[in-house]
Ligand binder design. Structure first.
Ligand code: SAM
Length: 265
């Protein structure tokens, strides 16, 4: 992420996703089940801008502690800048989810939100989360299943292309959201609860922003479809144009489902 020249766009996307009602509902669901109490230690793996960890920090009182880890130095810099108001101890540092430099059994709770979909070996990351949890500790995994992306622009062919291409994972576990339960079990955790929330985009003005709020651009979606062999380069232009025109007529609808699992050791 730090090498990406569009880091500001990525940050805006993360900010927008954090404001989706579906994301807020999942975070409320998580908070109610993590049941953090004064003095506990919480680890956020792939903490990004840190706002979810900071919200949970309220439950830890002055004696609790939050550790937020991310491979991106830029994310860690921004998370630290956001951390001023927290009452408990806070540490944001650069680290890889698959090789945590944290002692075994040292956390009461661990969370990871929309990070596993970027990790080539998500089981290695969840194994690490399970390792650093104390006996009886709680783990919360939240992630997207991009195969659930629907795109309705009044053109059945476009909808079918998108559905087919998104079903296949390319280079990363983009559909990990629907496998979180199995992943937790494979890592030796016991799932206690699962849920899912769907975000629906009902409005997007392509003249005002290049992508629907919190989503990738339709140009990059078209590139993915070309890579997946669903579109030819010539069809790509019409694909983007059709979506754009539908959005301008306010006739474009999209949705995407995110899943969550709460597990214990
Ligand atoms: C989509 S963002 C989600 C951030 C945050 N959890 C949220 O929900 O807003 C994914 C984050 O995972 C981080 N990340 C990707 N691979 C990672 C890894 N192997 N270890 C730790 N963090 C990683 C990225 O740098 C990025 O900040």
């Amino acid at each position: 992420m730090d090498d990406d020249p569009n880091v500001a766009v990525l940050v805006d996307t993360m900010d927008a996703t954090a404001r989706w009602p579906a994301t807020l509902r999942l975070r409320t669901w998580e908070r109610e089940r993590l049941r953090l109490v004064e003095g506990e230690r919480l680890l956020d793996v792939g903490c990004g801008l840190g706002e979810a960890a900071l919200a949970l920090a309220h439950d830890l009182g002055e004696t609790g502690e939050v550790v937020g880890l991310d491979t991106s130095a830029e994310m860690i810099r921004r998370a630290r800048a956001n951390a001023d108001a927290a009452r408990c101890k806070l540490h944001f540092r650069v680290a890889d989810a698959c090789a945590l430099d944290e002692p075994s059994g040292s956390f009461d709770a661990v969370r990871s939100e929309r990070t596993l979909q970027w990790i080539a070996d998500p089981l290695a990351a969840v194994n690490e989360m399970a390792r650093v949890l104390r006996p009886g500790g709680r783990a919360s995994l939240v992630d997207t299943d991009w195969s659930t992306l629907t795109l309705d622009v009044g053109d059945e062919e476009i909808t079918a292309h998108v559905r087919k291409a998104m079903r296949v994972e390319q280079n990363r576990p983009s559909n990990i959201g629907s496998r979180l339960h199995e992943l937790a079990r494979t890592a030796g955790l016991t799932p206690l609860a699962t849920t899912a929330q769907t975000h629906t985009w009902t409005r997007w003005n392509p003249d005002e922003s290049p992508a629907p709020d919190g989503c990738f651009s339709m140009e990059s979606l078209a590139d993915n479809l070309v890579d997946a062999g669903e579109l030819t380069s010539d069809e790509r232009i019409d694909f983007v144009k059709t979506i754009r025109m539908a959005a301008l007529r306010n006739e474009s609808r999209m949705s995407l489902t995110m899943h969550a699992v709460l597990a214990t050791t």
